[in-house]
Design a protein around this ligand. Structure first.
Ligand SMILES: Nc1ncnc2c1ncn2[C@@H]1O[C@H](COP(=O)(O)OP(=O)(O)OP(=O)(O)O)[C@@H](O)[C@H]1O
Ligand SMILES: [Mg+2]
Length: 245
């Protein structure tokens, strides 16, 4: 166990009650077992994320960036370690409560957009709101306003296959913002997009930062890296170093 990076319970309690700390991750480990092989994708990682941080995670393919993001957002569970997110120990939660927690607390943006192919742009954005019991009228109003904000007011009725890649990613961003979560996690959100579209997406992230979101992005995109106040270099499941910029 890496004693240097571990905090004692008192220190963790102080961090939990510090409203500026939105995630306290301690000693996270994630192993994948396939047949006789075990891959340690995340290896005893400890990390505190401060409110309004804009963190970029960089590292080679297979470093464990996606796995770490999934753990931080509660999309996946670690084999060991603790995550306290917004004062709640999510590593103790059952899947059902975790799903509700995710819905309100974190917005995910994926490399391949992951829109629901049978739903229109507007319905995709409405989807996370529909799970919170919001009225249909309020869902629609919020979706329309988000789609207008990202320049897709005229694409409301389009299905994902009728949208360009950049437009699909913008819809996915609107969906991530639908329930106004404090934390946005993005996994290589511009990897499949051209330079101009990446810059446009960068502007949307800049706007999120100005609106007090906490943002964690796995990326190698210079436009996104320029926006970060913290760059984490990740390799072999470990934080190699961190730069504050
Ligand atoms: N569902 C899974 N089952 C088994 N092994 C997995 C699974 N997901 C990831 N891994 C393994 O865990 C390691 C880390 O994978 P991960 O996808 O987190 O890396 P990454 O840094 O996001 O890479 P990339 O830059 O290519 O997206 C890899 O060696 C991968 O093979
Ligand atoms: Mg990845």
């Amino acid at each position: 166990m890496d004693e240097q990076t571990l905090k004692d319970d008192n220190e963790i309690s102080e961090l939990i009650y510090d409203k500026n700390v939105i995630i306290v991750a301690q000693n996270l480990t994630k192993d994948y077992e396939i047949g006789e092989y075990v891959v340690r994708a995340v290896d005893k990682v400890s990390l505190d994320i401060i409110n309004n941080d804009f963190i970029v995670i960089k590292g080679p393919s297979g470093a464990g960036k996606t796995t770490l993001l999934n753990l931080l957002g509660g999309l996946d569970s670690p084999n060991s370690g603790t995550i306290i997110s917004n004062g709640v120990k999510i590593t103790d939660m059952k899947e059902e409560s975790l799903a509700t927690f995710r819905l309100i607390n974190s917005g995910f943006i994926f490399q391949n957009y992951n829109l629901i192919s049978t739903l229109t742009a507007e319905e995709n954005v409405m989807f996370p709101m529909s799970l919170t019991g919001m009225s249909l009228k309020a869902q629609r109003e919020k979706a329309v306003s988000l789609l207008k904000k990202i320049g897709l007011g005229t694409r409301r009725e389009h299905l994902p296959f009728q949208l360009s890649a950049g437009e699909q990613q913008r819809v996915a961003i609107a969906r991530a913002l639908a329930n106004n979560p404090p934390l946005i996690l993005a996994d290589e959100p511009t990897a499949n997009l051209d330079k101009d579209t990446s810059i446009f997406i960068g502007e949307l992230f800049k706007d999120m930062k100005e609106n007090e979101k906490t943002i964690v992005i796995a990326t190698h995109d210079d436009y996104l890296i320029e926006l970060a106040n913290r760059i984490i270099n990740f390799e072999d499941g470990k934080i190699i170093n961190e730069e504050y910029v």
